[in-house]
Design a binder for this molecule. Structure first.
Ligand SMILES: Cc1ncc(COP(=O)(O)O)c(C=O)c1O
Length: 406
């Protein structure tokens, strides 16, 4: 019998879930005493690793002082103000401000709304089209569901938010043609610079440069969804730094707190913020009960402190090199069909007949967590503090599982 908990992204009838009870570093433990190397940093977010008492202590201190309070006018709090300062210092665009949410989905929906709103404020209410990419994942609220490029995640939820369209993922021509057709009615182009949940696809050469050029040509905002790629995953603070192409807004969540508290947000760059700031009587009517939640912001401050102190952004490159070399050796000997990724996020594609969910389960039996994304792909996105020997365990468990499945 299924429990009272209706699980996300699961069969409603399933009852045999793995109950996790504890985590330390790159390892988590279940209630039967099994341990697992966390090859996915939970759901792409636990950059700093599990069991960080510094973050737990910061959360406890803040919860005992002022656990929560709204930041709607007229209130603010010190952790939110401090975190915004820390974040704009590492933001990919100069002169950014930060809007806080509690999740990536809320960040995406907010960025979509702010784009349309900024165009209205700049005198262009006709700019409503939001263009996203096939294979893109932008969360499960209605904006993100409408911008979804992964068809099964859209099915069952129509009708969608209006005037949101998808183009093929790496096809500059298709984007250029839609943009010239809709020209002055485009609000924004929304892309994950590196597509994560859709299969771990880095951008093709020159793609982001072309998107930037087209956005400039048509007066559209370029929104990067960096919910996975942000905060060090690609060996830089953001994918915008990694690929050298500047966006106008950036959504983030996940590794900003390494998951110790739910927190997300949007970096709002000069083009959007100027439009929102130029009329001193304008009142911004969007926000969430927990925008700027002080305990979540205290967790983020402690997490970012650890990331800087331990050089985890740089470490992503080392982790990624070892992991990708290990996976590449399995592609070279035919164990897997393909390997792709960047920084410390990688995926393997399987030969026909291999089910990625069976690979996931075989790896779990061998004490390693991977995620099946689609029927033929397994993803790897370990905590950035993972030890070399634990990276090797991920690769060995994959090799062993593939032997058992063939
Ligand atoms: C690129 C991207 N955007 C948005 C989201 C949604 O974030 P959340 O699940 O925190 O709402 C995710 C979640 O995986 C994501 O990968």
């Amino acid at each position: 019998m299924a429990s009272a908990f209706l699980h996300p992204f699961a069969k409603p009838t399933k009852s045999d879930f793995i109950t996790l009870v504890r985590g330390q570093g790159a390892v988590v433990y279940d209630d039967r005493g099994n341990e697992y190397v966390d090859g996915m940093a939970s759901l792409w977010y636990c950059a700093a690793g599990h069991g960080r008492t510094d973050i737990a202590d910061a959360i406890g201190r803040q919860a005992r002082t002022l656990a929560a309070y709204s930041t709607f006018d007229p209130f603010t709090n010190a952790p939110a103000e401090q975190l915004a300062e820390v974040l704009v210092d590492i933001a990919p665009m100069a002169d950014s401000r930060v809007f806080f949410t509690s999740s990536g989905s809320e960040a995406v929906d907010t960025a979509m709304k702010l784009s349309r709103l900024a165009h209205i404020q700049a005198g262009h209410p006709e700019r409503t089209l939001i263009i996203s990419r096939q294979r893109g994942y932008h969360g499960t609220a209605y904006g993100g569901t409408s911008a979804q490029g992964i068809a099964p995640n859209r099915e069952g939820y129509a009708p969608y938010v209006g005037d949101v369209m998808q183009v093929p993922a790496d096809d500059v021509e298709a984007l250029a043609s839609l943009m010239s057709e809709r020209a002055s009615t485009i609000a924004a182009v929304l892309v994950e610079p590196l597509q994560g949940a859709g299969g771990v696809f880095p951008p093709s050469d020159g793609y982001l440069e072309s998107v930037r050029r087209l956005c400039d040509q048509h007066g559209a905002h370029l929104i990067y969804d960096e919910v996975i790629s942000g905060f060090g995953r690609l060996g830089h603070w953001f994918a915008a730094h990694r690929y050298g192409v500047r966006p106008d807004m950036v959504t983030f969540a996940k590794a900003v707190t390494s998951g110790y508290q739910p927190l997300g947000g949007v970096f709002v760059g000069p083009m959007v913020r100027d439009a929102l700031e130029h009329d001193p009587n304008f009142f911004l009517r969007t926000g969430f009960t927990y925008s700027g939640h002080p305990t979540a912001c205290a967790a983020a401050l402690a997490n970012l402190d650890i990331m800087k102190r331990e050089g985890l952004v740089q470490r992503a490159t080392t982790v990624g090199r070892r992991l990708s070399e290990g996976l590449a050796s399995l592609a070279a000997d035919g164990t897997v069909a393909s390997v792709r990724g960047d920084g410390a996020v990688w995926a393997v594609g399987h030969h026909p007949g291999i089910d990625a969910f069976a690979v996931r389960d075989a790896m779990l039996e061998r004490g390693v967590i991977t995620r099946a994304i689609g029927a033929d792909t397994n993803a790897f996105c370990p905590p950035l503090m993972i030890a070399d020997a634990q990276v090797d365990r991920i690769v060995d468990a994959l090799a062993d599982s593939m032997k058992a499945l063939r």
